[in-house]
Design a protein. Structure first.
Length: 250
């Protein structure tokens, strides 16, 4: 198994170049030719380093739809926020710019998955939907030896949400748990909270039986190596690029 989180290079952006130099998201109104160039360069690098011959991209819609990637090549990216496969040499890509990227594998590494989990995806249980789809595909419900990795996403100290988001996320927490473990009230703004999406994603993985979880601790907002929608919005920039987290069986 092989995992990488990449921006393909610098994400430095300014008013004249809001996407920096390495955006891989086609949905953010960047020049498509430029995006395809970055994606091709990424694939060429992965092919040279690990023999990967295909990257599977999604049209992410902040939902809970999960797709299985097989040998049939599609001309369009499916509308989904998670994907899984048992194919070798095929990298599953998740694009983010503050949301939580999650990659996971079953016990023997014969099946892998990749999940895009912003607050909306977490509220819609995209993690549980992905784990369910993967277990159904191999008729194996034992997830106790699965492993997961959570990549760079916005840190709680930079991610303020209102009570509507809190209420939506609270509905996903296990009865033995409390949403207060993941959302801390902002003492200076009533009805607003600092949300720790990475820890909440960890809890949802654990609820699916996956306890071998590594949280990278990387903060997309605070670390300028990464794209951050909220950081660029606060800087007054009109657009934000997307970075990719990928997993592959090699």
């Amino acid at each position: 198994m092989w995992v990488i989180q990449t921006t393909v290079g610098s994400t430095t952006a300014d008013a004249a170049h809001p996407y920096g130099g390495n955006n891989v998201g086609l949905h953010v109104k960047d020049e498509p030719t430029s995006v395809h160039h970055h994606r091709t360069r990424l694939l060429n690098t992965l092919n040279t380093q690990a023999g990967i011959n295909r990257i599977s991209w999604l049209n992410q819609v902040h939902g809970a739809n999960v797709v299985q990637i097989n040998a049939t090549l599609s001309t369009t990216a499916p509308d989904a926020d998670a994907q899984f496969t048992a194919l070798p040499k095929t990298a599953l890509a998740i694009m983010t710019a503050d949301c939580v990227p999650i990659v996971l594998t079953n016990a023997d590494g014969s099946q892998i998955g990749a999940i895009h989990a912003g607050w909306q995806g977490l509220a819609k249980n995209v993690i549980a939907s992905t784990v369910h789809a993967m277990t159904q595909a191999q008729s194996d419900a034992d997830t106790s030896q699965w492993q997961a990795w959570i990549g760079a996403c916005i840190a709680a100290k930079h991610y303020e949400v209102d009570h509507r988001v809190r209420d939506a996320l609270a509905a996903t927490v296990q009865p033995s748990d409390s949403i207060d473990n993941y959302l801390r009230p902002n003492p200076h703004k009533h009805g607003h909270y600092w949300a720790d999406l990475a820890r909440l994603a960890h809890a949802q993985l654990a609820a699916c039986g996956i306890t071998q979880v590594n949280i990278s601790g990387l903060d997309s907002f605070g670390d300028t190596r990464f794209y951050s929608y909220r950081r660029q919005t606060q800087q007054g920039l009109a657009a934000t690029g997307r970075m990719a987290t990928l997993i592959a069986i090699i």
